[in-house]
Each structure stands twice: as C-alpha cells, then as structure tokens.
Design a protein around this ligand. Structure first.
Ligand code: HEM
Length: 527
C-alpha cells in the first residue's frame, strides 16, 4: 500500500533522484526539450526518446495459454519418508531429503484460456506451477487443478486449445466450436465431467487442489525407477463456485483470485498445501484397465494410496508483477537428478513446447532473469551471447575457453551418478498408433457417480446450457458419449436437449475410438 503521508512536494526532499538507464540525472520529467516553450521538438532529445521508446516496448507477448496468473514465493518442507519407508528407497531428488528439509519455491497459479486481463471466475482449468530452487538446480512441476487433461497425445494440443479459444472470426468463445471438437474426441469425456462440474470454477487459488497430471518417474540411488503422480492438497479446504456465484464475483472484480492470494499473504495468513504422491512400479501394468501413462486417467487411490511427502507454504508476494510473474518460465523438461520423464506422450510433447515458447516470448536468455535462475545451484555453461545477455554464466579457470573438451582449463563433464541411463529397456518400431486400453468412459462415469446430488445437478445444467447453443448433430453425439459415460448423465442431458437414447442409437462409434465390452453393452441398450 502507498503511504499517503509521503505524497506531495516536500522541502528538504531526501528521496533518491530519478535517472535514466544510462545513469544521467533527470532535471525535468514534465517537459520535453523544445525550441521555445511552444516547440517544435528536436530529434536529439535523448531523455524523451529513451523514455517513450522503452514504454513502446513494455509489453511482451502474453503466454499463448495460461496468460492470466499470479506468482508467490515460499518453501517446500519434506517429510523424508513415503508411508513407513525412507523416501530414499524411491527417489534421491534433493527436495525430498528430509525430514524437515526446506527448499525455496515460486508458485504461479493461472487460468488457461482467457487473456492477461480476463476473468478469474471463468469456467476453465487452473494452472498450478511450482518451481523448486534446489541445490541440484531447478525443478518445475507444472500441473492443473483437475487431475486429468482433455487429450493424451501432444499432437492434438493446438487443436484442443484452438477449439476452446475465441472464434478466429468473431473472437467469441463458442460452445459450438468447443463441443464440435470434444464430441469427436472421446478421450475428453473425463476432463469434461470435471470441468463442467462445480470443480470447473474454483472459488479462488487458495482453495483448490493441484495435480502433476502427467506421469513422471522417481529414481533412487541404485538407478531404479518408479512411476509417480503428484497431488497438492490445500490445508484451506476445497471450495468451488456455481455459474451464479461466479457471475456475481466477476461483476465486481475480474481479478478476485489474485487479490485473495496476495491479501492473505500480506496479512500473514500463509496458504499451505500437502504434497502427496502415488507410485507404481515402472512397467506397463497389463492388469489395469487403463494405461498408467495416460493423462486422461487417475490412478485409483484404493490401489495406489496418495501418501504425504511434504508441505508447501506461500509466504511472500512478488515485488514487481511483470518481472516476476510475466517473465517467470516453467517447463516440464526442468527436472533434477532423482526425477525423470515417463514415456507419457503428452509429457514429452509438452517438454519441447515450454522452452520453445519462452525463447520466443521472453527471449533466448530467459534463464538469466533472476526469477528463472537456478539460484541455489551453481550454473556454469559454455552458452554465450544472444539478445539481452546479462552476464557470462560461471566459467572454468580460463575465460577464453567457451568450448569442451579442452586441456586448457575449461569446464568438464561430471560423472554419471549411476553406471547407465535409468529405467527399463524399450524396443519397438516407429509407428503412429493410439495407446491400447483407451477406456474413455469408465472413469468419467465413476467421477459422476462420486458427485453429490447438487454437483450432478450443476453438471447437467451446465452441459445443457452450453449444448443448447450447438448444432443438432453435435448435441446428439455428445448425448451418445454421455450415455456411454453413465446412463443417468446421458439421460438427463438428453432430456434437457429433447434427445432420447433411441434418437442417437443409429450413431456408429467414431473411427478414432476403441470401445470396451462394457461400452458395447451400453450401446446395445440404446435402441
Ligand atoms: C503453460 C504448452 C499441456 C499446465 C503453457 C504454455 C505452453 C504450454 C506453450 C505457455 C508457457 C509460457 O509461455 O511460459 C502445453 C502443451 C501441452 C500442455 C503443448 C500438451 C501437449 C498441459 C497440461 C497441463 C499444463 C496437461 C497441466 C497438467 C500448464 C501450466 C502453464 C502452462 C500450469 C502455466 C505456467 C505458468 O504459470 O507460467 N503450456 N501445455 N499444460 N501449461 Fe501447458
């Protein structure tokens, strides 16, 4: 908050003097230099031209997704164990070496589809991105609040985002475009059942869960790997909004969630999340009815319990929103020793996309910015130059040697901590195929059945409201999918749209989908 007592001219003013970026003192910040009081202005007017031309460049491209968000800082504190066992049995990653070990973090919460100034009460997934500044370098865990995602192959990401973003001609978000895509993409059903339920509009950022969503790996001292999924559970509890709640909130403030987080931190009410993980052995798990690398699925918690491994506390706000929130850069490739990728086809595609967009959005030296630096590890590279080079990363004894190998004092490679790369050996031929065990409807139906009555009612109402604005063939295909998800859901949405099961019984399965026995049984009951 500005201290108003300090506003206004003061005699004996001891405030620091304004300069330009060359360090020149500014004597007049109110008037350009002109020929006479009425002008004209002159072109050598360095002070004015510097000021205005920097202003002209104040904006950088906003993020193509997750443009609106807020960053805060805090720490992660490890428990040091997983259930009854020392966590080292599963991972050697630095932040988990506990108990009680603390690691600095930056967290950015966000909405996905809207622009930088859009409403934070929109029905939209929320981003939950955590940067751990560890002594082994940075680790980013870039997740969302809904546990699953729309698609399972990164090649479809531009399509799903185009369908959700405003129409390229009218610039309106159009239900017809959204459900045109979704109705042809059955793997979206689990995400849709979440997104159109009250969970699709979290009350604010402090009262929502977070999930890594994609499957990662943990690596222990012996190089053995396990598959892992991450869950952030808010100590504040989970709260959501209905459409009516959200309309009331955004009528007064488009940025209520940012304000809520910043105000809570300012008054010392530091929000906290528990980190829990589910793990399974690093193999295909043919016994499961889904693929553990499929990000449209959750892992059942009765078989794979979510065990606490630490807590996250946010205790300070950014000092400059642009430098620390617009320029912070997260990515799924940013892993440290003890963590690894799985072959999840979304995860590998995402991993290319993040640093690619950041080199474009922020610039090739985005990792030299303070908020992105590996501030608790030493950085020594042979990377040099490029736009906005801020400094030379740590170098070897001889500054002339910016290459490797060398016998004259440059940097050397480290030795692998284990004998070989970790994880199972994989063989196969190059192909373009869907993963088996797509099972697009079962977990979506289970999710619906887990909902309380008011949540089911809200979900049905939201589907009906939006599908009412869609073309009839899109409505029919969506009702067909929802009947396969869960009879009651399909019947109720169909009723709202005036579409009975027999009206959709003629629809053939999509060429792009594989049905389970259970799906086929449901289909045969439609007519
Ligand atoms: C941001 C791509 C899937 C969570 C972004 C950005 C891109 C991107 C280009 C903007 C980054 C920036 O400008 O700094 C992709 C691609 C995906 C994918 C290609 C799939 C193939 C996902 C999934 C999740 C997710 C599944 C959730 C688990 C996020 C979050 C951010 C983000 C939280 C915002 C990070 C921040 O706060 O700066 N994504 N994304 N993305 N994505 Fe993804």
């Amino acid at each position: 908050m500005t201290d108003v007592s300090s506003i206004g001219p003061r005699s004996g003013d001891d405030r620091p003097v304004l300069t330009n970026r060359q360090g020149h003192r500014i004597y007049d910040n109110q008037n350009q230099r002109t020929v006479g009081a009425r002008g004209p202005a002159t072109l050598e007017n360095y002070q004015f031209l510097e000021k205005i031309s920097h202003f002209d460049r104040e904006r950088i491209p906003e993020r193509v997704v997750h443009a609106r968000g807020v960053t805060a800082y805090g720490f992660f504190e490890a428990t040091g164990h997983l259930g009854d066992e020392p966590i080292a049995r599963y991972t050697r990653a630095a932040p988990f070496r506990g108990p009680g070990k603390r690691t600095d973090v930056a967290v950015r919460f966000s909405t996905v589809i809207g622009g930088r100034d859009s409403s934070e009460a929109a029905r939209d997934p929320r981003g939950f991105a955590v940067k751990f500044y560890t002594e082994d370098g940075n680790w980013d865990l870039v997740g969302n609040n809904l546990a699953v995602f729309f698609i399972r192959d990164a090649i479809k990401f531009p399509d799903v985002i185009h369908a959700l973003k405003p129409d390229p001609v009218t610039f309106r978000q159009e239900p017809n475009r959204i459900f045109d895509f979704m109705s042809q993409t059955p793997e979206c059903m689990h995400m849709l059942v979440n997104l159109f339920s009250p969970r699709g509009i979290p009350a604010d950022y402090r009262h929502m869960q977070g999930f890594g969503v994609n499957t990662y790996k943990w690596v222990n001292e012996r190089g053995e790997t396990h598959l892992v999924k991450y869950h952030w559970i808010p100590k504040q509890g989970v709260r959501s909004m209905t459409e009516e709640d959200a309309a009331a909130v955004q009528a007064g403030d488009l940025g209520h969630a940012t304000k809520d987080l910043q105000d809570a931190i300012d008054r010392g009410d530091h929000p906290e999340w528990e980190l829990r993980v589910q793990i399974m052995t690093d193999e295909e798990h043919p016994e499961l009815d889904f693929d553990p690398l499929d990000d449209t699925k959750v892992w059942p918690e009765n078989e794979f319990p979510a065990l606490p491994v630490g807590r996250l506390v946010l205790d300070s706000n950014v000092r400059n929103f642009f430098a620390e929130n617009e320029q912070i850069a997260f990515g799924t490739g940013v892993l440290i020793d003890g963590l690894d990728f799985s072959d999840d086809k979304m995860l590998v595609g995402r991993t290319f996309s993040y640093s690619d967009t950041q080199r474009y959005r922020v610039g090739p030296n985005y990792l030299q910015l303070p908020v992105n630096q590996a501030k608790n590890a030493e950085v020594r590279t042979n990377q040099r130059d490029g736009q906005m080079t801020y400094h030379v990363d740590g170098e070897g004894e001889n500054p002339h040697v910016n290459y490797e190998p060398s016998i004259t004092g440059g940097l050397r490679e480290d030795q692998y901590p284990t004998e070989d790369e970790q994880g199972p050996v994989i063989t196969g031929r190059l192909t373009r195929k869907r993963i088996p065990r797509a099972n697009d409807y079962l977990q979506a139906g289970q999710r619906y059945l887990l909902m309380e009555q008011w949540e089911r009612d809200d979900l049905v109402r939201n589907f009906v409201t939006l599908l009412s604005q869609c073309a009839r063939p899109i409505q029919e295909r969506m009702v067909w999918h929802l009947l396969l998800v869960e009879d009651e859901l399909g019947l109720r949405v169909g009723e709202g749209l005036g579409i009975a099961p027999e009206d959709v019984a003629h629809l053939e399965p999509l060429a792009s989908q594989d049905l389970t026995e259970e799906d086929r049984k449901r289909l045969s009951n439609l007519g």
